[in-house]
Write a protein of this length. Sequence first.
Length: 242
Amino acid sequence: MRDTPPTQPLFVTPTGAEVIGFQAEGDEALRWWEQLRLAHPESGLWPLLMDADTPEQLTASYPSNGQVWSAADAQALNGAALLAERGERYLSTSSPSYAAELRAELAGERVWPEKPERPGFGLPYGWDGEPAEVTVALVPATAPWLVPVTLQHSVFWDPDPAEHSAIMRYWYERYGAEPVAWTDTTLEYAVARPPATPPHALALAWEYRQYNDGEYDYYRADTLTELAAGLMNAPVWRVWWD
């Protein structure tokens, strides 16, 4: 692609997809993501920011039995239904008192916080907030939600790559959520249409809770309602797996 820095091979997935990339940091890395995102319809390469360890961690996590997941596997699944099933299973295995508390929150019975936490992108800036060097990876995926099955990886394999792609497709279609940064434990999304009302934000917060086991950490939230407030009107979502 014109004007991009020289790229180098990063790794090859089990399906033979080669991922290439180059180095950038901080705001520059995000600007490259935006530029390459605009070029995606023509290039077929989805940009992802990765830390230095991600390529090795991705390749080390490939299943030894040779199992691969395809775009067809992902298309056969319903991401909304997967999250709903996980939610019902979580409620059924929780204590009756806690399940009742969660249902009350979902019904909007808690007080909405005045100043919720809304984190922005984290990876290109490091733990200290200073610009950090990352890899701008170019993943051969014709749609952003195909990234998990293209990489043949989903954090700790739960959800598996096909399930992850299905969930990502659902959030992409509903909210315009697109993956920006990916490490072995963290995923950051740019979101074009985040929920704009408390009921819709609560519904998303419940799905968010089923999607990752990091719960509310990035949002400094102790309740589902506080998490929902942080997700409402938020152009960036951050999730992580412990």
